[in-house]
Design a protein around this ligand. Sequence first.
Ligand code: F6R
Length: 607
Amino acid sequence: MCGIIAYIGPNPALPRIVDGLRRMEYRGYDSAGLALAHEGKLWLRKEVGRVADLASQLRDGPESNVGIGHTRWATHGGVTQVNAHPHTDVTETIALVHNGIIDNTNPLRAMLTSQGVSFRSETDTELLAHLVRKHYDGDPVQAVRDALKHVRGTYGLAVLFAAHPDVLVAARNGSPLVVGIGQGETVLASDPQAVVAHTRRVVYLQDRELAVLTAEGVDVQTLDGDTVDSAIETLDSDYALASKEGFDHFMLKEIHEQPRSIKRALRGRIQVNEGNAKLGGLNMTPRDLVAVQRVINLGCGTSYHAGMTAAMAIEALARVPARAEIASEFRYRHPIIPRDALFFAVSQSGETADTLGAVSEVQLKGGAVMGIVNVVGSTAARTCGRGVYVHSGPEIAVASTKAFTSQVAAMLVFTLMLARCRNLSLEQGQAVASALDDIPSKVAQYLREPGPIDQAVQLIRDARYVLFLGRGYSYPVALEGALKLKEIAYVPCEGYPAGEMKHGPIAMLDPGAPVVFISPDDGQKEKAIANMMEVKARGATLICVHTKGDDEIEALADVSIPVPDTADFATPLLTVLPLQLIAYHVGLALGRDIDKPRNLAKSVTVE
Ligand code: F6R
């Protein structure tokens, strides 16, 4: 979603800001802009489209050592040049970039309008620039502080004053900002990926904090003006200059990285001999674990599917009631927070507004919530305090692939811990642990021989409708396969529990319609075959993802995609792989922008 970058230091700001914008492109955006302070004035450019379109308009940019930049993903107001950030005050001497949403936009706009301000854009951000101006009396920091007293909502913002080129002011409430402290230069970004080119020494701003940036460093204060003693942290080595490593797209690279990323999610955590596992970040003793009477996984999109998968495993192996909930629904339905429940906030980015909102709701009602998070130091990780990093490494493609399998793997490790201290014997625990331990090599084995993906692509690329079906553990996989295809290829499709098909979606099946059936050799296979017969009876074309060597399914399938055999609970880690590849190759065949699909954002930091 939107990205903020700001630079102040001895070097030309313009190329550094453009570089920062490029590094945040993966997050998804529809327009970009920047502002520099130069000789008492602001120089400002913004463009609809890609950062490259903006970069082509910057040849006459002045030599300036301070500036701010932004990639915008439209929320308030359409995708237009006027609505792109930065926004300025009426005198065009204060420029501001903003991530988040201002809740009291209407009264503030009305108040400013009544005072003679005429608005140029439809955004909520523009009013912030006017508000800062209204409170400006020669002191840029006080102006921002006073302006924010009137604001309700979420923001990460950076403010540039033409009259104060030696300072940048930033503030955070609910939208992430990180300050990079370099050698005589300071950068600010909403994403550590944009900071890492300058420095690994960072300060994460917390909610209701304001930062005064100079070339010499950062002074962090509360919005009320109290000094904050922020810790300087070192960015994880995962944050490197993102490279496709010879693959055509980040998505394909990330799909092929899964043997390694799953290994990282499991490394040092599984104890095969003891038939057990250890997750230090949870800081839970066996006594704490046996006190858990239910588990509730909160997440959105792919992370929700990972939570569904894990909930099934928790019920099956640990016999603890478990379910997944869509965070955006959960947070607003006045949920019951049982005292004996353990909640997990499942989020790759750790910045998804709906998931963070659900976390707040659980915490407000006294519940225990832990993170299943990829991005180290992200808001979810900090807010939850305890949890599990999935260590999949930075995921750059907008569509999540390796994060899904790492989330599932990490939650299966938790499942083993929970199950072992309840009802699993040593032998049963060892079987679960070694099934997990074998997964990375089985994933590698599948990726070396992915099966006839091209045949599936030919059937799907021009389809009017594609149905993904699965039962049990394969149901969330079906949902995930359909989500990937929608996101990357924009092909109409849906995922459904196979047994539910006859209650509706079967009406969609024309002769030849592709149906992707996920049916590994688990306890559900017999029933799945019955559903396959129903599909075939309607003349639909069956693309089956199944366990290698399963002749029965192979005989039924029009296209048969085998995956290595594994324990039932681990099948999603293998069956999802062909679905990721199908989405990728259909998207490619249709000429889609694979790593930056339309309308989507990598981390959805607004509701
Ligand atoms: C799908 C996808 C999204 C995210 C969702 C939650 O490919 O990437 O559905 O899974 O926006 O994001 P996180 O996991 O960052 O909370």
